[in-house]
Design a protein around this ligand. Structure first.
Ligand code: CA
Ligand code: CA
Ligand code: CA
Length: 182
C-alpha cells in the first residue's frame, strides 16, 4: 500500500476561509469541545471509497483520539503540500496536482473513468487557485483545507468526527463522485 494512499483524504479536505487569528480562538474552544465528543461505533466500510477514507482518518488522527482537530489537519496538510510540490518551488502546479497519487488512479482506470477523474481534479485545482495564477500557493492550500474543515464540521464543535470527515472533504467527494464509488 503506497504512502500516498494514506495522504489522500486530507487532501480532500479543503478550503479554509478563516483568518489566521481565528485559529487561536478555535484552539481555546477546543477543550470544551472535546468533552462533547463520544466515540461512535464503526460500522463496516461499504465501499472502497469509505475504506480509503477510513485509512486516511486513522493516519491523520494523532494519538488515536477518535476525532481530528485543527492541529491534526494542519500537520497533515503541511506534509501533503510538501509531497505534492515535487520540484520544491513552494507552490503546486496543475501537473503536480493532477499527477499526485491520491490512491485512486488504479480505481479510476479499473472503472474506466479516468477522464472523469482528471476532470474532477482540475475542477478542484481551479477552485483552490483563488488568484488564478495557475499555481496553488501554500496560503491558498491552507485556505482550501481550512475552509473544508469549517464546512464539514457539521455540528460546529471545532473537531471532525469520523462521519463528518468521511462525507465531507471536497477533493475526496469530487473523486468519489467521478468514480461513482459511493
Ligand atoms: Ca511545485
Ligand atoms: Ca494561485
Ligand atoms: Ca464536529
Amino acid at each position: 500500500m503506497s504512502k500516498a494512499l494514506f495522504l489522500l483524504p486530507l487532501f480532500v479536505a479543503v478550503p479554509a476561509c478563516t483568518a489566521p487569528d481565528q485559529r487561536d480562538t478555535r484552539s481555546e474552544t477546543e477543550a470544551p469541545a472535546k468533552q462533547k465528543f463520544e466515540k461512535s461505533q464503526r460500522g463496516e466500510a461499504k465501499t472502497e471509497g469509505q475504506r480509503l477514507a477510513r485509512l486516511g482518518f486513522d493516519q491523520v488522527d494523532n494519538g488515536k483520539k477518535g476525532y481530528l482537530n485543527t492541529g491534526d489537519i494542519e500537520t497533515y496538510r503541511t506534509n501533503i503540500f510538501a509531497s505534492m510540490d515535487a520540484d520544491d518551488s513552494k507552490d503546486i502546479s496543475l501537473a503536480e496536482f493532477t499527477g499526485w497519487d491520491y490512491g485512486f488512479s488504479q480505481a479510476a482506470d479499473a472503472a474506466n473513468r479516468r477522464s472523469e477523474y482528471d476532470t474532477a481534479l482540475k475542477t478542484v485545482f481551479a477552485l483552490w487557485d483563488r488568484d488564478t495564477d495557475g499555481k496553488i500557493s501554500e496560503a491558498e492550500h491552507r485556505y482550501a483545507i481550512r475552509s473544508d474543515f469549517d464546512r464539514i464540521d457539521i455540528n460546529q464543535n471545532g473537531i471532525l468526527e469520523e462521519p463528518e470527515f468521511l462525507n465531507g472533504f471536497s477533493v475526496f467527494a469530487a473523486i468519489r463522485s467521478a468514480l461513482k464509488t459511493s
